[in-house]
Design a protein around this ligand. Structure first.
Ligand code: IFM
Length: 440
């Protein structure tokens, strides 16, 4: 049996726009995702987050579900447009009150609240002013972080500034697959920097708390030992992993990635002092891992999130895939965790998201197998000395899967979107058993 230390945190994760619904209630302002979802053709089936899993009204029942599963921690995100509907200035107390109620309900049930301050729902007025490619957005984020921290720090100890800034920057501003749907490669690189700066400024604005950052990282391998493939793997690792890890944990952008991006943008938007702010000591790093990447170089140019590296192609590794089409490789998680421990200063790590979309409504054997394999990878990483301190399954509930709408289901708990009925999937029962036993 693979066992975990008694203090290991067992959790599940969600995010505001994906589950809350109630997008026009209690003074909430519009976010970039409301605007994007209303754009014809942006989201499969024309789905939006207007109702989602109606968690805004059902949070008490959802916390009861968490209690029944034995979760020790719940990772959720705070919707910036509920707190500052205009993105700056006036604070909406009803928004803060919702998260106070949620946090208090969690604490009553003995579940540790793990809020993420930003999981992609930028207030639309800030995008109208230029969005993340504009430096001012970072300062606006720090102001907002100080507000939520001031309201909740008496009952919340662990805070995450941002979820997956790679997605915000490169899916939002390079491919346009995510809100705000822009296709401006240079703006995407600026956005990445301003997101990192926002993280650093927000961490300064949350004194006395345990503050981390969550990145979506992957394990990148070359399709062959041929030079173009080796170079492709270096480039993709640079853009996906090191562009974020190095400034935060080592205090500088990687020179090779800056060189790769030379045709896209200079790094003139990086001002003196920024890297010091970005690399201030972090209390933990959140790792979101879903799938590995096998890459080949030298192909024809194609539109890509990997700006400046558009001749690179992702190659089929021949592994089974989830319903969203992502290859399954638990060893990729082991490789990623040991690499983080090898290449960067020691820091507590948490898997803050890991999970899979499968089209199996309740008897989800494939999800159980996926989670089992990845938790075994976590145990193996710990056995090899990796300071991994917790695991959050993605996701507690079926939810709005961004540009895929409601078609892709990641939940441990099935949601009937007609009735909002929740049904525990086999994976939820299985995970409850793992938590109760403290291992596999
Ligand atoms: O649903 C998303 C989540 O919002 C961020 N990480 C990846 C998940 C699955 O795509």
């Amino acid at each position: 049996m693979s066992t975990f230390e008694p203090g290991f945190r067992w959790g599940a994760a969600t995010s505001s726009y994906q589950i809350e619904g109630a997008t026009a209630e209690d003074g909430r302002g519009p976010s970039i995702w409301d605007t994007f979802a209303a754009t014809p053709g942006a989201i499969d089936n024309g789905d939006t987050g207007e109702v989602a899993a109606d968690h805004y009204h059902r949070y008490r029942d959802d916390v009861t579900l968490m209690k029944d599963l034995g979760l020790g921690a719940y990772r959720f995100s705070i919707a910036w447009p509920r707190i500052q509907p205009a993105g700056s200035g006036a604070v909406e107390q009803r928004g803060l009150d919702f998260y106070r109620r949620l946090v208090d309900t969690l604490l009553e049930q003995g579940i540790e609240p793990w809020p993420t301050v930003y999981h992609w729902d930028l207030p639309q007025p800030l995008e109208d002013a230029g969005g993340w490619p504009e430096r001012d957005t970072a300062q606006r984020f720090a102001d907002y972080a100080a507000i939520v921290h001031g309201a909740l720090a008496d009952r919340v100890t662990h805070w995450t500034t941002l979820n997956e800034p790679w997605c915000s920057a490169f899916l939002g501003y390079a491919t346009g697959r995510h809100a705000p749907g822009r296709r401006e490669p240079a703006a995407a690189v600026r956005a990445a920097h301003h997101l990192l700066l926002a993280h650093g400024l927000a961490a300064e604005a949350m004194p006395g708390s345990t503050v981390g950052l969550t990145l979506n990282l992957t394990d990148v391998s070359p399709a062959s030992r041929a030079e173009p493939d080796l170079d492709a793997a270096r480039r993709i690792d640079g853009l996906q992993n090191r562009l974020f890890l190095d400034p935060v944990l080592l205090g500088d952008y990687p020179a090779d990635v800056q060189a790769d991006l030379a045709g896209v943008t200079s790094f003139e938007h990086v001002l003196p002092g920024d890297l010091k702010t970005i690399s201030a000591p972090l209390d933990f790093l959140g790792v979101n891992y879903y799938s590995p990447m096998l890459v080949a170089g030298g192909g024809a140019p194609r539109p890509s999130a990997y700006v400046g590296s558009d001749r690179i192609e992702q190659v089929d590794g021949g592994r089974p895939r989830t319903s969203i089409g992502w290859e399954i490789d638990a060893l990729g998680l082991l490789s990623l965790l040991t690499r983080l421990n090898r290449d960067y200063p020691a820091i507590p790590l948490y898997v803050t998201e890991n999970g899979a979309a499968f089209d199996e409504p309740v008897h989800d054997r494939a999800r159980v197998a996926y989670l089992d394999g990845h938790l075994r990878a976590c145990a193996a990483a710990i056995a090899q000395g990796v300071p991994l301190e917790g695991y959050f399954a993605w996701s507690l509930l079926d939810n709005f899967e961004w540009s895929y709408g409601y078609a892709q289901r990641f939940g441990l708990v099935h949601v009937d979107y007609e009735t909002q009925e929740r049904t525990l999937k086999d994976s939820a029962r299985w995970y409850a058993g793992v938590i109760a036993r403290g291992g596999l």
